[in-house]
Design a binder for this molecule. Structure first.
Ligand code: SAM
Length: 308
């Protein structure tokens, strides 16, 4: 039946505290009607169904507005990140894709040495942890405790496409390991360092989950790596866009002559770091725009071939 107040449908009555679990179960069984808004009733939530099932009852539900009216959001695995603190919109986003379990809103900028941010949960499960699938790899991420950006996946594939089989790679600011693990497919060894214990813990988990036996996770300050490894790497990844330039001489002390450093920087003018790079033994430098950061700033990558 279709009325002015909504549509009469089969539904399951569940206690609010078990609603998320029940919702996931119904999604898994293909029974949840995602076109209608679940209805609260006291301590219960009525979950609309696409057909009758054991224990179902009838109730009237309001349809969600059309999908294109969803608020703007970014997807990271099973998490959607909203740009506005819009709880009603968050519910609609949550119900728009069966793969989503949580909708977050950032309550702080990306900040501090670990480049992390704080979040409020607007809808779904109370978690900032999820699994991201990217080009055949799976990464456990925890957005509140370790940096991760899905927007760099194309850049990771670009770097991978430049590699020769058997290269020795060092990722100086590895985070949870998306560069390190992607490049480990072709490398003989990837040393992956980070200062953040939570990031290194996820990096270890991701190394195991992707069955990599050639990734060496390290809880270490990148500045100490040359003293441990010397100039033994064919490729160096430097993804600490606000401050990478402070570590350029350490990167040169890690990269063999003829090897390549990928230096990421946040900048507001073309070629901002060319003079700093050319003061070091760089044989060749190519600069590219990776993605915009604000109307006036963008993330650039400088591919530096190291000279003698
Ligand atoms: N490369 C990763 C990625 O693309 O997801 C993470 C990049 S994130 C922008 C920078 C990382 O560098 C953070 O995880 C932070 O904890 C780490 N970091 C900051 N200072 C560091 C240092 N001196 N040595 C090692 N890691 C550092």
């Amino acid at each position: 039946m279709h009325g002015e107040d909504g549509d009469e449908l089969w539904c399951l009555r569940v206690a609010k505290k078990h609603a998320e679990e029940a919702r996931r179960d119904l999604v898994g069984r293909g029974l949840l009607d995602r076109a209608h808004r679940p209805r609260p009733e006291g301590d219960d939530l009525l979950l609309p169904l696409v057909e009758e099932t054991a224990g179902a009852e009838r109730a009237v539900f309001t349809p969600f507005p059309r999908q294109e009216e969803l608020p703007r959001h970014e997807l990271v695995g099973g998490i959607a990140i909203l740009q506005e603190e819009d709880r009603e919109g968050a519910e609609r986003v949550l119900h728009s894709r069966p793969s989503l379990h949580t909708v977050l809103y950032p309550t702080s900028p990306v900040e501090g040495e670990f480049r992390t941010r704080e979040f409020a949960v607007l809808a779904g499960e109370e978690t900032t942890r999820t699994i991201v699938t990217e080009h055949g790899h799976r990464f456990a991420v925890d957005l509140a405790h370790a940096y991760f950006s899905a927007r760099l996946s194309t850049e990771r594939q670009r770097v991978r496409s430049l590699m020769q089989e058997g290269e020795r790679v060092v990722d100086m600011f590895a985070g949870v390991g998306p560069f390190a693990i992607s490049l480990a497919d072709l490398a003989s060894l990837v040393v992956a360092a980070d200062l953040n214990p939570a990031a290194v813990s996820l990096l270890c988990e991701n190394t195991a989950m992707n069955k990599k036996k050639n990734v060496l996770p390290m809880l270490a300050d990148a500045a100490h790596l040359p003293g441990i490894f010397g100039r033994t790497f064919d490729r160096v990844i430097m993804n600490l866009p606000m401050e990478s330039s402070h570590f350029l001489s350490a990167a040169f002390a890690l990269c063999r002559p003829g090897g390549t450093i990928h230096f990421y920087a946040l900048q507001d003018e073309e070629g901002k770091y060319l003079d700093v790079i050319r003061a070091l033994p760089a044989a060749e430098v190519t600069e590219k725009r990776v993605r915009s950061y604000s109307p006036a700033e963008w993330h650039a990558v400088y591919d530096i071939v190291v000279g003698e």
